[in-house]
Design a protein around this ligand. Structure first.
Ligand SMILES: NC(=O)c1ccc[n+]([C@@H]2O[C@H](COP(=O)([O-])OP(=O)(O)OC[C@H]3O[C@@H](n4cnc5c(N)ncnc54)[C@H](OP(=O)(O)O)[C@@H]3O)[C@@H](O)[C@H]2O)c1
Length: 248
């Protein structure tokens, strides 16, 4: 990373769950962290308070990844208060399960716009600064659903598979400039996103997961922090499963 410069990270969708845990993991490694939130400023402030209690630097930043103006405004605020974003974690995610045969177009659009277009918009905004610095880390939070598919999750799986494609193409595009672009694919992790899953569906996941348990946000966060770190400079275009063996 650029000599003598404080490394700044922006994590989208970070007021809770995997995003919040990622902010704390990054702050513990010494990064100044912008905690992105869309609708939950209190959650983001809690994450900020925890990071600061650990001795870290953190601020909360409003960012709706579906909205280009919001993305640009959030990056502007981070640049003004912390400095250029050198580490971007595209974590914001959305899902509504439903069978394809009667899935609403609005739900399809919301899913793809959040999970795929949103990651693209943030990445495009982050890249000029990274290219100039000849250093950057982009970690996209995809899903095991990108690799194996799930009945009832056509939109979610397609958007996350698209995110894997985006990861691999960008890794080739900017890999010669000191920038890495990688994806993590979590399996079933206890967060608000998985709360609506039925007991039957949980049981099915458990049976398919060799680890015999669900993952924690912290287990995903530590892999993201590793990929975001200075020592992961030779890891580029990788799709790292964090799923207890679900997709092995
Ligand atoms: N939990 C799992 O089992 C699992 C498995 C595989 C992958 N993942 C992925 O991991 C990531 C984190 O999910 P999580 O499990 O921690 O779920 P979560 O607790 O529901 O968090 C999702 C976050 O995304 C934010 N978000 C949604 N739409 C947004 C938008 N348009 N702009 C900005 N932020 C937005 C949410 O904020 P608001 O509510 O304020 O909008 C929330 O903070 C997601 O990409 C998810 O797809 C999760």
């Amino acid at each position: 990373m650029p000599e003598g410069e404080r490394t700044v990270a922006l994590v989208t969708g970070a007021s809770r769950g995997i995003g919040s845990a990622t902010c704390l993991a990054l702050a513990r490694t010494g990064l100044a962290v912008a905690v992105g939130y869309r609708s939950d400023p209190e959650g983001a402030e809690e994450t900020v308070a925890k990071a600061r209690a650990d001795g870290g630097t953190a601020i909360a930043v409003s960012i709706d990844v579906r909205d280009e103006v919001s993305v640009d405004g959030a990056f502007g605020r981070v640049e003004a208060e912390l400095g250029r974003v050198r580490v971007l974690v595209n974590n914001a995610g959305y899902t509504r399960d439903g069978l394809a045969v009667k899935y609403a177009t609005e739900q399809w659009d919301a899913t793809v716009e959040t999970n795929l277009t949103g990651a693209f918009l943030c990445t495009r905004r982050a890249l000029p600064g990274m290219l100039k610095a000849r250093w950057g880390r982009i970690v996209n939070v995809a899903s095991a659903a990108a690799l194996r598919g799930n009945a009832g999750q056509a939109a979610y799986s397609a958007s996350k598979a698209g995110l894997v494609g985006l990861t691999k193409s960008l890794a080739r595009e900017v890999g010669g400039r000191g920038i890495t672009v990688n994806a993590v694919c979590p399996g079933f992790v206890h967060t608000r996103m998985t709360e609506p899953q039925s007991e039957e569906s949980r049981q099915r996941y458990l049976e398919m997961t060799p680890a015999g348990r669900f993952g924690t946000p912290e287990e995903v966060a530590s892999v993201i922090a590793c990929l975001a770190g200075p020592e992961a400079g030779y890891v580029n275009g990788a799709v790292v499963s964090v799923d207890g063996g679900l997709t092995a």
